[in-house]
Design a protein around this ligand. Structure first.
Ligand code: SF4
Length: 139
């Protein structure tokens, strides 16, 4: 990949002909996908937060920088987006299953490695346009 193909001479005279990033909307989707970037804003923010946290999803979960503009979105979801009843029901089922699994793990002594922010338990999660987990094929 040649990164220079995504640059162009600045249209601003004040930039003195220096190269700047091309507008993403002028680049073929195929090329953007080849760069490997997430295809939704919330997923991009999640990736950025994990990068900011030294590659640790757990540290991104625990971020205390509440003044950061990305903070409400750091778990890969948009808490400001309305949530449907179906999504809430799906999340309730996912939480019930998770609680049951955790109970079984605790009973068997395997519950010490619990991760923060398990998928499927956030009603605002970005599903990439698909139904939330557990709702596939249901109306
Ligand atoms: S919310 Fe801001 S400070 Fe916290 S991990 Fe994300 S980018 Fe970094």
């Amino acid at each position: 990949m040649n990164p220079h193909r995504y640059l162009e001479p600045s249209p601003a005279r004040a930039d003195g002909g220096h190269h700047v990033g091309r507008l993403p909307g002028t680049i073929e989707l195929r090329e953007l996908r080849d760069l490997g970037h997430p295809e939704s804003p919330t997923r991009a923010i999640r990736a950025k937060c994990i990068d900011c946290s030294g590659g640790s999803d757990t540290e991104a979960r625990k971020c205390v920088a509440v003044g950061c503009p990305l903070w409400p979105f750091r778990m890969g979801s948009n808490p400001f987006r309305p949530v449907s009843d179906a999504q809430l029901a799906s999340v309730a089922r996912a939480r019930a299953v998770k609680a049951a699994v955790l109970s079984l793990q605790l009973l068997s002594g395997q519950g010490e490695n619990e991760k923060c922010g398990e998928p499927g338990t956030d009603p605002h999660a970005d599903t990439g346009g698909a139904e939330p987990s557990g709702l596939e094929g249901k109306s």
